[in-house]
Design a binder for this molecule. Structure first.
Ligand code: GUN
Ligand code: ZN
Length: 425
């Protein structure tokens, strides 16, 4: 057994709706067992067991690792590419970048870099879009498995309105996805996510087969984009004239379900929010991307009214940062513009247990409950000169977390642990 001393912070539920959901032990001890599971969390004992190896992180904050509920491992090399808007950015930069993932060697190198970045930023679990190529998914899962990470991903399905180099067809996308599910889903800590890119790049046949894959394979996730940009919403209306709204396109094919992750959700009406919530699907708020691409301002108040599951995503490369601290502060700013209350506890909840719930992994990760997998991070409150200066006058836990959320970046991540150990480089 190993143990870690520091300030322990985690959540047992959503602190905005559940009283006492935030747990905070100022001088705490997190004990991790042989298999990398949390054995206990609590105050640092008066007489610690002399046989216990204790790593001393006094003065630092220990939290469950961050969950990035929406990101693209094939878009690292388009981060910070100028685009007029979403559709222009996809056509001018993104499809070409993803085309390179047909090359398995490049996909392997890019996957390793992607995981290095995630871990540097304290992200231990993510729901990820590689590319349309099965090779990109194999490269992704091999790299995740080698490092022992809990990850979800799936082959991007896209059979129209995109260049040939990133286009599949409905039947082959079904067969390839099925083979990948057989190879990877439930292997160790890995989960497959059926991944139709978004309605405009799939024929109805492909969407039907995506829904079928999700039905046929119990426990797989499903991820796509929904209602991100006004031009996209108009295009969906033209392409699917029978649908009363965007969500109904996905509903028709059985894609609105528990374990479904819908990135963005900027232009949903109340009816769509209600359906999404009733289905147990999650909305993934990607504020960094929404601001960078000028897509719009997420309506967190509508999501809360509907009782929908919400998680946070970096949406790299539409988003420009791997950091979930960055995602939290951008979410705060969007909420400010919308006049919606959003505090540091909202931010840290969404990036930990909230994300785990959206991915259906809250019984494995996302908190320090005994038995959970001990993926955790060590945050250094005085990581930069400015943080150190400001922390000196931060009296409450909320103030400290708000400073980290607003001013922190990867320099604040002193260490990232996977199953209680530092991961392989
Ligand atoms: N909609 C369809 N594809 C994408 C993508 O790659 N990024 C974002 N942000 N939106 C999308
Ligand atoms: Zn995306």
């Amino acid at each position: 057994m190993k143990a870690f001393r520091g300030t322990l912070i985690d959540f047992t539920g959503n602190p905005r709706t559940e009283r006492g959901a935030l747990r905070h032990v100022e001088d705490g001890l997190l004990v991790v067992g042989e298999r990398g599971e949390v054995v206990s969390r609590g105050p640092f004992p008066r007489d610690p067991d002399p046989g216990l190896e204790i790593v001393d992180y006094s003065g630092r904050l220990l939290l469950p690792g961050f969950v990035d509920a929406h990101t693209h491992s094939a878009q690292t090399d388009v981060i910070a590419s100028h685009g007029e808007n979403l559709l222009d950015w996809l056509e001018r930069h993104t499809f070409a970048a993803e085309a390179r993932f047909a090359d398995a060697g490049y996909a392997r190198e890019a996957s390793e870099y992607f995981f290095d970045e995630l871990l540097r930023h304290g992200t231990t679990t993510a729901a990820v879009f590689p590319s349309v190529h099965a090779e990109s998914v194999d490269a992704f899962f091999h790299a995740a498995e080698r490092r022992g990470l809990r990850m979800a991903a799936g082959k991007v399905m896209m059979d129209r309105h995109c260049p040939q180099a990133v286009r599949d067809d409905a039947e082959s996308s079904y067969r390839d996805s099925q083979a990948l599910i057989g190879r990877w889903h439930g292997r160790g800590r890995l989960a497959y996510a059926v991944t139709p890119r978004f309605a405009p790049t799939s024929t109805e046949r492909q969407l039907e087969l995506a829904g079928r894959l999700a039905r046929e394979h119990s426990g797989v996730l499903l991820q796509t984009h929904l209602s991100e940009n006004q031009e996209e919403v108009r295009w969906v209306r033209e392409l699917f004239p029978w649908a009363r709204n965007y969500l109904e396109v996905y509903e028709r094919y059985g894609m609105v379900r528990t374990g479904a992750l819908f990135a963005h959700c900027l232009y949903l009406d109340d009816g769509e929010w209600r359906k999404l919530a009733a289905a147990g699907a999650a909305a993934v708020h990607c504020p960094g991307s929404n601001l960078f691409l000028g897509s719009g301002l997420f309506d967190l108040a509508a999501a809360r009214r509907a009782g929908a599951l919400v998680a946070l995503g970096s949406d790299v490369g539409g988003g420009t940062s791997f950091s979930m601290l960055h995602a939290m502060r951008e979410a705060y700013k969007v909420a400010q513009l919308r006049g919606v209350p959003f505090d540091a506890f909202d931010g840290f909840y969404l990036a930990t247990l909230g994300g785990a719930k959206a991915l259906g992994m809250h019984e494995c990760i996302g908190s320090f409950e005994p038995g959970r997998e001990a993926d955790f991070i060590v945050l250094r409150p005085g990581a930069t000169a400015l943080l150190e200066r400001r922390m000196a006058s931060a009296e409450s836990l909320e103030a400290r977390l708000f400073l980290l959320m607003t001013l922190g970046d990867e320099r604040a991540i002193e260490a990232t642990y996977i199953l209680g150990s530092k991961p392989l480089p």
